[in-house]
Design a protein around this ligand. Structure first.
Ligand code: SF4
Ligand SMILES: [Zn+2]
Ligand SMILES: [Zn+2]
Length: 310
């Protein structure tokens, strides 16, 4: 198998593009996909300050690596969830990457420790508020990333969601006809109201397999294990189903997700109508001031319930 571009020995085949690449050509392909995503979706410009949400996994570290190598000013934030046997390992991977790769670019890594800031690890917190661990985690991470981006005046917050994440989420939303989530499923969410950071997903054109290959070929040391709390989740099931379809018919995932984005763009001028809807529905939380649909935001509600239960 030879590289489609330079005809030397290929290290990876990409059936969905009917192509194969050597290491340098594959790295170029990955960077081009990210550059296209940033430009096509108008995610950010060369002078914008970016806050990358990092977890220690391949996607978020690859994203940080790509943005830095492309000359962007990208700091990162890691949320330490306090999951025994997992968080310490993932945090070590992030800190190592920050020390060896990121800091020489003059950028910073911030760490938010749930145990210290919220008073208990994620497992204990979810037991206290009687909610599933992943729902509790989602509320805390969304809140803390948005707060950091807004308070420190970053222009945009970037996450490492890849094509597999977005296609499986789309499948879940379609299977349950979650109209409201479908409306908001986009690689870019504008800062529709004051207090909301602009959020972007520059890896939406790259698959999980491609990002794992990028990380390995570029010697990025990432945590290979999934978070233990993900076990049995519907998203993993949807990913398995889509992987079966992709094997039988390469390109299924990107045709499914990109096709949805094209139809969505034709159906509504996304940014304007979303901003209008948000402005009508959101107002500042009475406790913390972050935008919410109810009087008190879900983070503050959760934290007050956790305090009462202690
Ligand atoms: S699997 Fe659940 S607990 Fe683990 S990082 Fe994801 S959302 Fe958080
Ligand atoms: Zn090549
Ligand atoms: Zn609040």
């Amino acid at each position: 198998m030879n590289c489609t571009k330079c005809k030397t020995k290929a290290v990876i085949d990409l059936p969905r593009h009917n192509a194969a690449f050597c290491t340098p050509c594959f790295t170029t392909y990955v960077h081009e996909q990210v550059a296209y995503a940033i430009k096509h979706q108008r995610m950010f410009g060369p002078d914008d300050r970016i806050l990358v949400a990092v977890s220690g996994g391949k996607d978020s570290l690859a994203l940080w690596d790509i943005l830095l190598k492309r000359g962007y000013k990208a700091d990162a934030l890691y949320v330490d969830l306090g999951i025994p046997g997992y968080s310490a390992k993932s945090r070590a991977k992030v800190e190592r990457f920050a020390d060896t790769v990121a800091r020489p670019h003059g950028v910073t890594l911030q760490i938010h420790t749930v145990q210290e800031e919220e008073g208990a690890g994620i497992k204990e917190l979810s037991d206290l508020v009687h909610r599933p661990t992943c729902a509790t985690c989602g509320t805390i991470k969304r809140y803390q990333f948005n707060k950091a981006a807004v308070e420190q005046e970053y222009d945009v917050m970037a996450t490492g969601h890849n094509l597999d994440d977005e296609a499986s989420r789309l499948l879940g939303n379609v299977l349950h006809w979650q109209d409201e989530y479908l409306d908001k499923q986009s690689p870019i969410l504008p800062a529709s109201v004051e207090g909301f950071a602009k959020k972007v997903k520059p890896l939406y054109r790259l698959s999980e397999r491609e990002l794992a290959a990028y990380a390995v070929l570029n010697k990025i040391d990432y945590i290979v294990e999934e978070c233990p709390m993900a076990k049995g989740s519907k998203m993993l099931l949807y990913k398995e189903v889509l992987n079966r379809l992709e094997t039988e018919s390469p390109g299924t995932k990107h045709r499914f997700y990109w096709g949805f984005l094209e139809k969505q763009a034709k159906a509504q001028p996304a940014a304007t109508s979303m901003a209008e809807k948000d402005q009508a529905m959101l107002h500042p939380c009475k406790t913390c001031g972050q935008p919410t649909t109810s009087e008190i935001c879900s983070y503050c509600k959760m934290m007050s319930r956790a305090k009462v239960s202690k």
